[in-house]
Design a protein around this ligand. Structure first.
Ligand code: FAD
Ligand code: MLT
Ligand code: ZN
Length: 446
């Protein structure tokens, strides 16, 4: 029996996509930079179906790319060489919130936005947020250990995942969903799968640790005259605003691109750097925040004005994509070196890619900078390499939140030693000996 016939028998013909038009949205990534035709797209509807699909793929020697919302930005969610795309978007079950543990169980295909709405109805919050909330899935979020806008307070996805269920490449189901706060019985396999970028197993379900929902929330957009001033503000926010929830930044080139894209005027004076910050608490955090802000900060204390303000930061990705296909480098730099990095990076790029446009923005509180370079050919990677080498020289990381993917796998050795990479390969081969899951992602060729 052909693989197509076997999969159709397992999940139903409607969920095996062969027609090129139906496959197309699964074959190209969000940026339009990565992707190629899939052998087929299969959309199982349960964990058991995922297990039997993987067993059938293995029996046919077919390699598999797990895919959630396909909002990933490192070329890891789409086929490279005729793989099968395994879409998890039908796994949308969501259990009632358990208030005693503040946990909820969700299928891998539940979007972050759906989890947030569900949690809020029960008086909680997801403790994770970013602009792709309505498309990105919890499976993809777990697989990439996503960060986002509130990591400065609540940590990355890893801190939110109390357990998970996953299927290995041979169809074995691993289930650790008890949600126990204390459980030291053996290796922490769920923790290993978080951030594994679809290379070790297919995540089918997660047990999510919620956070308390705060009644009062206030945001501010702060124009500042230097990166040093932004670093000083960050220090003041951390020490004097216990309800601090987010500290983000962008620069004038990014603000102009966003304002042109949204057809709006900038709401604050010209500045060298713009910080967006938010505080959330049950008591009104206004005074606490206002106390550390300069007079020309724009404060937003109702939902509509907060959303308007956040749009300036969140629309960077979309405005950049509208301007071209960017090279996106998601890097982390130790905070004491952040000013130096931001100062040096435009010249480092100009030296190898004269005339390219560089847009810098990101998560200030996490030392996480999104370096976006426009007007570069897709396969010309001198600028990528120059930026990643600078990051490594400054003691940073080549992936702060998006993952290594296919695009940065060859540079993993800039920040991980050969012994560490060998240990990662040993783990990969122990769990996926036939290298069926997401080949070419994360690990450099052996
Ligand atoms: P996909 O893109 O489908 O897949 C991403 C990776 O996870 C791939 O390697 C894939 O193989 C693997 N994968 C997906 N599902 C599973 C599964 N069930 N089991 C095993 N592996 C799986 N990311 C951040 O961290 N912070 C941000 O602030 C942020 N903002 C963004 C804003 C925009 C506008 C966009 C477009 C993207 C943003 N991202 C951000 C990147 C992206 O949204 C995240 O990486 C997200 O976690 C991907 O989820 P997804 O469901 O779309 O996964
Ligand atoms: C963000 O913080 O907005 C994202 O991670 C997306 C991006 O890097 O474009
Ligand atoms: Zn980000």
């Amino acid at each position: 029996m052909s693989l197509t016939d076997a999969l159709q028998a397992l999940v139903g013909p409607a969920h095996v996509l062969i027609d090129p038009e139906l496959r197309a949205p699964y074959e190209t990534d969000w940026t339009g930079r990565f992707g190629s035709p899939a052998a087929l797209v299969v959309r199982p509807g349960s964990t058991e179906e995922v297990a039997s699909v993987l067993a059938a793929c293995r029996a046919h020697g077919a390699r598999v790319v797990p895919q959630g919302g396909n909002t990933g930005l490192v070329g890891a969610s789409v086929p490279r060489a005729g793989e099968v795309v395994l879409s998890l978007t039908r796994l949308t079950g969501l259990s009632p919130v358990d208030p005693a543990t503040a946990q909820v169980e969700a299928g891998a295909g539940v979007t972050l936005g759906a989890l947030q709405a569900h949690a809020r109805e029960a008086g909680f919050d997801a403790g994770l947020d970013f602009a792709a909330r309505d498309t990105a899935t919890l499976g993809g979020i777990a697989a990439t250990n996503a960060g986002g806008l509130v990591a400065v307070r609540h940590g990355t996805a890893r801190a939110r995942i109390a357990g998970l269920e996953a299927v290995l490449g041979d169809g074995t189901i691993l289930r650790r969903l008890s949600g126990l706060l204390k459980d030291n019985a053996g290796y922490d396999l769920p923790a290993l799968l978080v951030g594994s970028e679809g290379t070790l197993g297919v995540i089918t379900r997660v047990r999510w640790r919620l956070v308390a929902r705060h009644r009062a929330r206030i945001a501010a957009l702060v124009p500042l005259d230097s990166i040093d001033a932004a670093a000083e503000l960050l220090g003041a926010l951390r020490t004097r605003v216990p309800s601090l929830e987010a500290v983000e930044f962008f620069l004038p080139e990014g603000l102009k691109l966003v304002c042109d894209h949204l057809r709006i005027d900038p709401p604050v004076r010209d500045a060298a750097v713009y910080v967006v910050t938010e505080a959330a608490s049950n008591a009104d955090p206004t005074e606490e925040l206002a106390d550390v802000l300069p007079d020309d900060a724009l404060v937003a204390d109702d939902t509509a004005s907060r959303e308007r303000l956040w749009r300036l930061r969140e629309s960077h990705t979309e405005a950049i994509a509208a301007a071209g296909i960017p090279h996106k480098m998601d890097v982390g730099v130790p905070l004491p070196r952040l000013g130096e990095f931001l100062q040096r990076v435009p010249a480092v790029i100009e030296a190898v890619a004269p005339g390219a446009r560089t847009i810098l923005f990101g998560h200030l509180g996490d030392g996480n900078v999104h370096v976006n370079v426009l007007d570069l050919p897709s396969d010309e990677d001198a600028a990528d390499e120059a930026v990643l080498r600078l990051v490594a020289d400054l003691g940073g990381t080549i992936s702060a939140e998006h993952g290594v993917g296919t695009v940065k796998a060859r540079w993993l050795s800039l920040v991980r030693g050969q012994d560490e990479i060998a240990a990662m390969w040993a783990i990969k081969l122990a769990l996926d000996p036939e290298e069926l899951l997401n080949p070419g992602v994360m690990l450099p060729a052996r």
